[in-house]
Design a binder for this molecule. Structure first.
Ligand code: SF4
Ligand code: FES
Length: 259
């Protein structure tokens, strides 16, 4: 049945429940009713949790912050797709009108060795923070605020850098990759700063340090399949992986020449 604004929907949810990292998990089934077609996916989970709390049960743990596609926290694997079935859409921006009334929806956490599970649908994505700490920044001297037009950047470069900067650090690329590779995320961060004048002083050390940290965290190598870009809610493209490879090769070649 097509969902209209006033339709109230019901769903059967198959959700991964796991008390903690050490406990054994299992898929549990729940029915949610009275769901507005205009509710977001996370609001639908809020309804489920209210029902669970009223019945004296443990609510389902899941991550979120902004609920508007900015923070990248809402890491849900929905019906076998990272962030669900809608292209360029984070789980929090997904609306229940997308799903057929009465259908069964399977919800799992990101599954990757580098993203260990906290509880239920919540996983620890601090590996991304450590990669950013390894090089995803620019160093600036303190002092007065620089004039806005002091460093001129062409519109084409600014727009290309902005495209890479839209990565929200959600980890869907890792969850979608059969090798749990993080190269799309790292590629987006490296590309953005490699394009801008502010990123030049640390350009070489940045890519070397971020790739080294990515490897230490246990992410796999690129599968060359492209499922990362297909599932990315921010539309980051494989071009950023090509840039990462180029930047890394150039940095390594320069390091060896200077050694
Ligand atoms: S590249 Fe896309 S999928 Fe990967 S962390 Fe960034 S926004 Fe998420
Ligand atoms: S909750 Fe912030 S992007 Fe979904």
């Amino acid at each position: 049945m097509a969902a209209t604004e006033n339709t109230l929907l019901h769903f059967t949810l198959r959700i991964w429940r796991q008390k903690n990292r050490q406990a054994q998990g299992a898929m549990m089934e729940y029915v949610v009713e009275g769901i507005s077609a205009e509710m977001s996916f996370l609001e639908m989970l809020d309804v489920l949790n209210e029902d669970l709390l009223h019945a004296g049960h443990d609510p389902v743990a899941f991550d979120y912050d902004c609920r508007e596609g900015i923070c990248g926290s809402c890491s849900l694997f929905i019906n076998g797709r990272a962030h669900g079935p809608q292209f360029n859409t984070a789980s929090c921006q997904l609306y229940m009108r997308t799903f057929t009334d009465g259908s069964t929806i399977t919800i799992e956490p990101w599954r990757a060795r580098a993203f260990p599970l906290n509880k239920d649908l919540s996983c620890d994505r601090s590996a991304f923070d450590r990669i950013m700490q390894a090089g995803g920044y620019v160093s600036v001297n303190t002092g007065g605020a620089p004039d806005g037009n002091e460093i001129l950047i062409s519109k084409a470069i600014a727009e290309r850098a902005f495209e890479s900067a839209t990565c929200i650090g959600c980890g869907a690329c890792v969850a979608a990759c059969k090798n749990s590779s993080a190269v799309l995320f790292v590629g987006a961060k490296v590309s953005e700063l490699a394009l801008l004048p502010q990123g030049q002083p640390e350009r070489q050390s940045r890519v070397e340090n971020m790739v080294a940290q990515m490897n230490r965290e246990g992410f796999g190598s690129c599968s060359n399949i492209g499922s990362c870009a297909a599932e990315c809610p921010a539309g980051i493209t494989l071009a950023d992986i090509a840039t990462l490879n180029h930047e890394y090769l150039m940095a390594k070649a320069t390091s060896e020449m200077l050694a």
